[in-house]
Design a protein around this ligand. Structure first.
Ligand code: FAD
Length: 391
């Protein structure tokens, strides 16, 4: 049997960061992962360019039953701390909108950087490793298809339940339950919506059309693209609001957030314009959408045939299009998992379980979920770093 100081289960963002930091402290570290490569989600993140952090990071960009839990990790591992590692390895990056930092070339560079760092820190990694059983006697015993491994500390960095095609298995929740830790409700986050049957009939044919909009739900508002799919709605603004949406909620979409459409209606009406409303809206919105939206929302006729009150009502609808999704697309296409290991079970300073000495959790498996924009990977790096100072 091989004995190590630390076993990390999961070679994703948080597991690798934790293993590197433990290794740097002189701890002997073994990382186990059932995938054939490390960092599969890092590889596909940010469309292959990995939106690895956000320079405008604040705890308000995160959802958790305890919004304060993430603060300690973020104070000890900032976006600058991650940038310093990139710069050490000569990885070029660029800032895009809203403080999002991406690799200038490819997410592969971050994976190579983690491989180099872990190698330098003396970390051993076993891939294609299936976890069969985890036990704690005096130390932790992890049974796998590669044999039984023993360690003083065990770090569970197995990610959430989302995007199973990239290795998510939910094993972290199973291990937590086995040791008596509470788990908050799990839900898909950053996930596309599915239209109600009625809306699907009307808008299903708009697949591929995208609109710059502002979306509201449950007191949250996001600005950005919405994209019509063959099932419903996706795009950055939709993914953002999906994390705040609950079954049965409606979302309210401002289709023209930068334009005073009522002012335009009135101007046209006063100039006795005979332009049909849907043609007028086509000047500001994709014309196929404008036509279908008008057919299902208003009676489109020439603008000079409406009175002011009617035009006000139409403008209000344009700025407040109410959509009641049937559901989300679920974990299969969700970028993250909302909920997870109850933060009351863990120390925010070390990520160690309060009940089980030597057992640590890091990353998406914990009930801390970021908005879209590099926040989730930063959480993974930050709590992995913190656990790596203690495990
Ligand atoms: C398509 C997509 C794009 C994304 N883009 C971004 C982005 O640009 N920016 C951003 O901040 N976030 C992004 N995210 C979210 C981000 O990737 C995750 O939040 C982050 O990777 C979580 O890190 P983690 O270390 O907790 O888990 P993961 O990175 O998921 O790592 C978990 C590891 O555990 C392993 N594992 C799981 N089960 C087992 C098991 N039973 N036995 C052994 N090993 C196991 C997995 O193989 C994996 O290697 C994206 C997510 C998706 C799905």
């Amino acid at each position: 049997m091989i004995k190590k100081d630390v076993i990390v289960i999961g070679a994703g963002a948080s597991g690798m960061m934790c293993a590197i930091e433990c290794g740097k402290r002189g701890r002997s570290v073994l990382v186990l992962d059932h995938a054939s490569k490390i960092g599969r989600k890092i590889r596909i993140s940010g469309g292959g360019s990995c939106n690895f952090t956000n320079i405008n990071m604040s705890p308000t960009n995160f959802l958790s039953n305890n919004p304060h839990f993430c603060k300690s990790a973020f104070s000890r591992f900032t976006p600058d701390a991650f940038i310093a590692i990139l710069e050490k390895h000569g990885v070029k990056y660029e800032e895009r909108e809203q403080g999002q930092l991406f690799c200038a070339k490819s997410s592969e560079e971050i994976i190579r950087m983690l491989e180099k760092e872990s190698n330098d820190a003396g970390v051993n990694i076993i891939l294609n490793c299936r976890i069969q059983d985890v036990k704690k006697e005096d130390s932790f015993m992890v049974s796998t298809n590669h044999g039984i491994f023993e360690s003083e500390s065990l770090v569970i960095a197995t990610g959430g339940a989302s995007y199973p095609q990239s290795g998510a298995s939910g094993i972290g929740y199973k291990i937590a339950k086995q040791f008596g830790l509470k788990i908050t409700e799990l839900k898909p986050g950053l996930v596309p919506f599915i239209f109600s049957l009625e809306d699907l009939k009307i808008f299903g044919e708009l697949s591929g059309i995208s609109i710059d909009a502002a979306i509201k739900c449950n007191k949250m508002e996001f600005r950005g693209s919405i994209l019509f799919t063959h099932k419903g709605l996706s795009g950055p603004a939709i993914l953002q609001i999906s994390s705040y949406w609950k079954e049965g909620d409606a979302i309210v979409i401002d289709l023209l957030p930068d334009i005073d459409i009522y002012g335009i209606f009135i101007e046209k009406q006063q100039s006795k314009s005979k332009i049909e409303i849907h043609n007028l809206l086509s000047q500001y919105l994709p014309s196929r959408f404008a036509k279908i939206w008008c057919e299902s929302n208003i009676q489109s006729k020439p603008v000079n045939q409406y009175n002011e009150k009617e035009l006000k009502g139409i403008a209000h609808r344009v700025n407040n299009w109410v959509v009641k999704p049937k559901s989300t697309e679920d974990f299969k296409t969700a970028e993250v998992t909302l909920g997870g290991i109850d933060t009351n079970e863990l120390s925010s300073k070390t990520m160690e379980s309060r009940k089980v000495k030597g057992l640590y959790f890091t990353g998406e498996v914990i009930d801390v979920t970021g908005q879209l924009g590099g926040y989730n990977l930063h959480w993974a790096w930050a709590c992995g770093f913190v656990a790596g100072q203690h495990a």
